[in-house]
Design a protein around this ligand. Structure first.
Ligand SMILES: Cc1cc2nc3c(=O)[nH]c(=O)nc-3n(C[C@H](O)[C@H](O)[C@H](O)COP(=O)(O)OP(=O)(O)OC[C@H]3O[C@@H](n4cnc5c(N)ncnc54)[C@H](O)[C@@H]3O)c2cc1C
Length: 441
């Protein structure tokens, strides 16, 4: 299921549960402007806390959701959008609340529905719960702005993002104190209680820094090699408890506990009887630039995973396979090709590798060698320094109209969008695009 479909299903379920409770089981009476305002207030509140709970649950890297949601990168995408929509619903909730005063001056208070009873034992803190809801919303709006504003540096963003579980627990308090008691019975009550409980447990896991704990493996760095093009090859022994990985999966790697975990694709195929895995790390930011001076063989490393569902075996049997790797997005394909050299593959594959400069690229020679021994794989290197850019026409060259195409993509997001759009624009192929997201923010 795609993140978009999950979120749509989630919001529809919440709305249906609310509708059954608020419109059928416990209908309010009053004049329609006030009824709309009151229903709007509660519905946006339910949406907001429901989506924030979902975002919290998804933030703790629930590996059991990888199969239905198609990989940890998609879980992160669903987490991000649940958060964005949850905060947006929170803003709508606040606006509807503010609409009370203008509505009073416009239509008067006659026809205003009677206040719905709240939990009696929470009455001493009702005022506080309202204030807390407002303060938390301001903090969340700030988080939303810096999340969407991509120029805001990742590291301080991540530090500030750590406040989210605590903010969420304050929202749980707000919701528990201010949700009408009648809402706690029936389907809506059960659903809300479940979401608040699951979200609170996830918050505690996050605050105690136990995210992904069951998938953490204590390993050791075996070798470190600096390639050209600012790429560092790090070979690690993933430790005795490493469960093994599928080619194309990734792991969260902690070389330094103060810095925390960074996701990197496992760029080597699994080898029977060995727990050694290799990462190819490009200096894309402050930390990855400093990494060559910070790590050395023999050093401990924590490897959390493996995660991800970038798996060419999921291709349709009757579809042509096209692989596209751009820049450091070559890493999952390195693992796939190595795997093929152990277990040869029969389906024909067109493999397009986009590089800035083939002469200095550290992987071209290696991929050429691997592909040379694999008759099923046809390699096309697109060298930007020679103005040989990958175009959608290259993907469909000599292909009959109507053919099924399974495209596996890992590389810059911009190129993915262009290829995906143009392929769709051709309107002549039954194409499916499988993409590993290298960005989690
Ligand atoms: C599933 C996946 C697989 C990846 N595989 C590889 C790989 O094989 N080789 C490779 O070179 N790069 C890979 N990346 C990208 C790599 O994780 C980032 O380049 C690296 O974390 C940048 O860190 P920085 O502090 O140097 O850069 P910064 O400038 O701080 O960050 C650059 C961007 O990297 C991402 N990022 C930074 N830190 C983290 C973090 N702790 N957790 C999640 N994302 C972060 C953010 O999107 C950020 O905007 C992968 C990313 C993902 C999500």
């Amino acid at each position: 299921m795609s993140p978009r479909r999950l979120l749509a299903l989630f919001v529809v379920t919440l709305t249906a549960a609310w509708g059954w409770d608020a419109l059928v089981l416990n209908p309010m009476t009053g004049e329609w402007p006030w009824l709309i305002r009151q229903h709007g207030l509660y519905l946006t509140g339910i949406w907001s806390i429901g989506l924030m709970s979902l975002a919290m649950v998804l933030s703790v890297r629930p590996a059991w959701l990888e199969t239905p949601l198609n990989g940890m990168d998609k879980i992160y995408s669903a987490h991000k959008w649940a958060g964005i929509l949850g905060i947006s619903a929170g803003i709508a909730h606040w606006l509807v609340k503010q609409a009370g005063s203008p509505l009073k001056s416009l239509v008067g208070t006659a026809g205003r529905p009677a206040k719905m009873p709240l939990f009696e034992f929470m009455s001493p803190v009702h005022g506080l719960a309202k204030d807390v809801g407002e303060w938390v919303l301001y903090a969340l709006i700030f988080m939303l702005v810096i999340s969407l504003w991509k120029r805001f540096p990742y590291r301080p963003w991540r530090l500030l993002h750590k406040a989210m579980p605590a903010l969420y627990l304050l929202l749980v308090f707000h919701s528990f104190a201010l949700m009408p008691t009648s809402y706690w019975s029936g389907l809506l009550g059960g659903l809300t209680a479940l979401l608040l409980l699951a979200g609170s447990v996830a918050s505690v896991i996050s605050i105690k820094q136990k995210i992904g704990q069951r998938h953490r493996h204590e390993g050791r760095i075996v070798s470190v090699k600096q390639h050209s093009n600012s790429i560092l090859e790090v070979n690690c022994d993933a430790g005795a408890n490493w469960p093994g990985h599928e080619p194309g999966q990734f792991a969260f790697v902690t070389f330094d506990a103060r810095e925390g975990a960074h996701p990197f694709t496992i760029a080597s195929a699994p080898v029977a009887g060995s727990n050694q895995i290799t990462f190819q790390i490009k200096a894309l930011g402050d930390y990855t630039r400093a990494l060559p001076h910070m790590i050395q063989p023999g050093q401990d490393v924590c490897i959390e995973g493996p995660y991800g569902r970038l798996d060419h075996h999921l291709a349709r049997n009757d579809a042509a396979q096209i692989w596209v790797g751009g820049g450091i997005g070559i890493t999952p394909f390195l693992a796939w090709l190595e795997d093929f050299s152990q277990i040869p593959h029969k389906t024909a594959i067109d493999f397009h590798y986009c590089v800035r400069d083939a002469k200095t690229d550290p992987f071209v020679a290696r991929i050429e060698r691997l592909c040379h021994d694999l008759p099923s794989v046809t390699l096309h290197v697109h060298d930007a320094s020679q103005q040989n850019y990958l175009r959608v026409e290259d993907l469909v060259e000599n292909r009959p109209v109507g053919q099924k195409l399974d495209v596996w993509y890992c590389g810059p997001a911009g190129l993915a969008t262009t290829l995906r759009k143009r392929l769709k624009g051709l309107g002549q192929y039954d194409a499916r695009f499988h993409q590993e997201a290298f960005e989690m923010r």
